[in-house]
Design a protein around this ligand. Structure first.
Ligand SMILES: Nc1ncnc2c1ncn2[C@@H]1O[C@H](COP(=O)(O)OP(=O)(O)OP(=O)(O)O)[C@@H](O)[C@H]1O
Length: 261
């Protein structure tokens, strides 16, 4: 799988939010999109998913222009994980995950045994099989986030787009979700995620886009992009980047924000 963005510009009406962005995401890549509120991360997602019309440039997946793909075909290729939300209706976790099969079902066709099997397999893959009969609105925020990932995997996509997959999660669950993201990329999925924590780029990304409010962006590896200078420019705060080692002796960087006087 290869997603290719070629000089992409997108936005709303006459308002251009992202201008001239070129990048690619391949199987096994984790692209982490960073940037302040309002920089255009969600706008870019909506455009890749085909909800917003491209202003100019081209987006292709496996060399097919997304404008030529049906919504159903696009849903079979790209899984979307929204920020975790509370469902109003009391569906079981298994029912929520089976909804991921919609892209493969004909009109008025209900999911069958094979769809249920795929849903259960993905719950097990993420280590949350024990939740399957629980009510989605009665599980924790962290568990809901994992269920939404299982639902997107049940679409059997080649690319996963995740909108702040760690928002609303406690410290431990943030790391558990990041670990699952790394595991999924190792299984051959391409992943695009947004985060408000530059540390997440150090922890799991293979590529970073740092978006700024003035339509500027920087693209590179976490080491190249998540620098004290770039973070100051993007977020307007002073940050120290420090280094330590993990359990296996690998170097790990972390961002420490400075309050200043
Ligand atoms: N439906 C819309 N119509 C017009 N402008 C919009 C619309 N949705 C968002 N915008 C504007 O587009 C810009 C980018 O918004 P977007 O939601 O993409 O930012 P973001 O980087 O995802 O922000 P956040 O980190 O807060 O989620 C903002 O200036 C916003 O006001």
């Amino acid at each position: 799988m290869i997603l290719n963005l070629d000089r992409v510009s997108c936005g709303y009406g006459s308002k251009v939010i992202v201008e001239g962005l070129s990048l690619n995401v391949k199987a096994g890549d984790i692209l982490c999109i960073l940037g302040p509120n309002g920089a255009g991360k969600t706008t870019l997602f909506k455009t890749i998913l085909g909800f917003l019309k491209l202003k100019s440039g081209e987006i292709s997946i496996d060399h097919q222009d997304i404008r030529t793909l049906s919504r159903k075909k696009l849903a079979q290729m790209i899984g979307y994980v929204p920020q975790s939300h509370t469902a109003t209706f009391p569906f079981t976790v298994k029912d929520v995950v089976i909804m991921g099969r919609t892209a493969y079902l004909g009109t008025l066709v209900s999911p069958g045994k094979e769809d249920a099997r795929i849903a259960e397999r993905n719950l097990e893959l993420l280590g949350i099989g024990y939740l399957k009969d629980q009510i989605y609105s009665e599980i924790s925020g962290g568990e809901r986030q994992m269920v939404l990932i299982a639902r997107a995997l049940t679409q059997d996509p080649e690319l996963l787009i995740m909108d702040e997959p760690t928002s609303n999660l406690d410290f431990g669950n943030q790391v558990r979700v990041l670990r699952q993201i790394v595991n999924l990329s190792k299984r051959g999925l391409g992943i695009i995620m947004t985060s408000h924590f530059p540390d997440h780029a150090f922890l799991c990304s293979t590529k970073v886009v740092l978006m700024q409010k003035n339509r500027m962006f920087k693209i590179g590896t976490a080491d190249q992009i998540v620098t004290e200078e770039n973070l100051k420019e993007a977020y307007g705060i002073s940050v120290k980047i420090i280094s330590t080692t993990d359990e296996s002796g690998q170097n790990v960087k972390s961002c420490v924000p400075l309050l200043g006087s």
